[in-house]
Design a protein around this ligand. Structure first.
Ligand SMILES: [Zn+2]
Length: 232
């Protein structure tokens, strides 16, 4: 595993062409999951994505854009422009020693800014090429689960069961669309902070969703890397 536990000469000798960064968040996950849920999952899953690709695994970012969770305790939020600058600073850094592709894998849905950040950087012709991958995009059987839900509760039951307070989990699905969070914020749409069915979560479902997300994210990154090789 090539990661930041290695020395500079070891990394130089390995000449990684691809680096992977998980993007977590510190934000409310209702009463049954910890506020660092997204960070914990990012820190565990992104290295597995990197390993499948033979890539350099960089430490996951603990903070990102979670403005929509304002009003709950435990929320630590970066503004979109901050995250764009962090992404570009990481890109400049790794590009200076030869990394050609940099993949941000987000484990928090509010990081829309990474898409225009990657697009602007890439269309300016800069190196490394930035890939933006949403870990949860395209997972099977997700239904109306969006936040502190069956999916996240299951993955946490698989990774860190001692940190899940199952007895406090309560299902709730707002009568609104995900895109309406932009207008109202989470607190008004879901006073408990849940969007979905956390009581249906199991460790076995979590193991399957986590594995599916790792495989799909790695496949997406591999395809993009291949495409860059073909099309320049
Ligand atoms: Zn989350």
């Amino acid at each position: 595993m090539m990661d930041t536990a290695r020395t500079a000469p070891e990394i130089e000798a390995a000449k990684p062409d691809l680096a992977v960064v998980g993007v977590g968040s510190v934000e409310q996950h209702s009463a049954h999951l910890p506020v660092d849920t997204d960070y914990l999952i990012a820190a565990r899953a992104a290295p597995a994505v990197a390993e499948r690709l033979g890539a350099l695994s960089l430490p996951a970012l603990p903070y990102s854009v979670c403005l929509e969770h304002r009003g709950f305790a435990g929320v630590v939020c970066m503004k979109p422009d901050t995250v764009r600058r962090i992404a570009w600073d990481i890109a400049e850094s790794v590009g200076s020693w030869g990394v050609r592709y940099l993949a941000f894998v987000t484990f928090h849905g509010g990081n829309f800014i990474l898409n225009p950040a990657a697009r602007e950087w890439n269309m300016d012709g800069r190196s490394p090429r930035i890939f933006f991958v949403d870990f949860y995009a395209g997972l099977s059987d997700v239904g109306q689960n969006l936040h502190a839900c069956e999916v996240e509760t299951s993955i946490m039951l698989h990774l860190a069961p001692e940190r899940v307070h199952r007895e406090r989990a309560a299902d709730f699905v707002p009568a609104w669309l995900r895109e309406d969070i932009t207008v109202f914020g989470m607190k008004r749409l879901t006073p408990t902070g849940v969007w979905g069915y956390p009581t249906r979560g199991t460790a076995e479902k979590g193991r399957r969703w986590l594995e599916e997300g790792i495989v799909k994210s790695a496949a997406k990154i591999a395809r993009l890397r291949e495409g860059c090789g073909e099309m320049g």
